[in-house]
Design a protein around this ligand. Sequence first.
Ligand code: ZN
Length: 358
Amino acid sequence: MNDLERCTQCILPSSYPGIQFDESGVCNYCRGALQNQGRSEDKKSKADLDKIVMAHKGKNPEYDAIVGLSGGKDSTYVAYYLKKEYDLKILGFNYDIGYRSDYATQNLRRVTDKLDMDLVTIRPKRSFLLRLFAHFMKKRGEFCSVCNNLGYLIGASFLRSQKRTLGFSGLSVGGWSKKYEFQQNISVTSMRYFFGNLTDDLFQQLLAQPFIDNDVVMSFKNSHDPRQAQIGTKEHKQLGEHAMNFIQLPDYIDWNIREIPHVLARDLGWSHPKDMHESHFDCLLFPIKEYLKLKKYGLTQETIKNSVLIREGLMTRDEAFQRACMEQSEEPSIMNTFLEEISLTKDDINWNAEWSTG
Ligand SMILES: [Zn+2]
């Protein structure tokens, strides 16, 4: 981890797209954070959340809210919080691509049992998923955009079929998640990027999927990014009948990413692999993404998140270096299996394509 030139304040390396260092070696992301100090954020309040929840509670005879659940810490905490704080009747929604870790499976079971919730799992056809993965690996050198977008389209289609129900998620494209998880210039989450890279044939196959509402696809294809369109915003109104009553909980309440795993372990028996960081262990393919990112850009999501924590005074630079040993520097053992499944070799991966279209 030490062979790269790094920011002297956080740990971002010089290979991070768009990074610039000043004469004392401090990066533009750290300088930006300094400038933003004291500036009020566009954060919504707990009172706003109370209002939205109360307007929906009891309106649907079966469920008050649908919560996207992966078994990871953020989605689990959403369900936990809504039950504890508002005693909502929750329907868990899970999207399974066939690479769920045993930890995630166990957590899903414990959480739904403890919180006494129903759970719906949708597992799209494997053949279609593998074709999409192969296409994106060959074209852009990554495959995570498939899940990011397909999962959202399936979730949004399901939510639309359950009228008057609120949908909740732990992740947000703006707000909280933008702060810790969004990877400027290397993000592959945008719907514009996903649709822009699909062939006509794959797009037709997408429309033919039984769990995907074609109206949802068409309206999201034409909008900049529907995930930004949250209740109460101008974008939400513009989407009209396609607007999702979709709440990203971290935008409304404190989201202490260091505390949450402990609370969940204590109250729900939630667990995560001890030899790994607490993020994204729910997907067996995540190490491949991180490995590809490290080879291409010299960093992983952990580097970016810990750099933010350093800027906020929640982690020391030494601690961040220690945690770097958990980064995916070796080729993950699942990589060969995955490549075989999508019928590619390492040479078929486009190693040169940039991941983001900005
Ligand atoms: Zn920095």
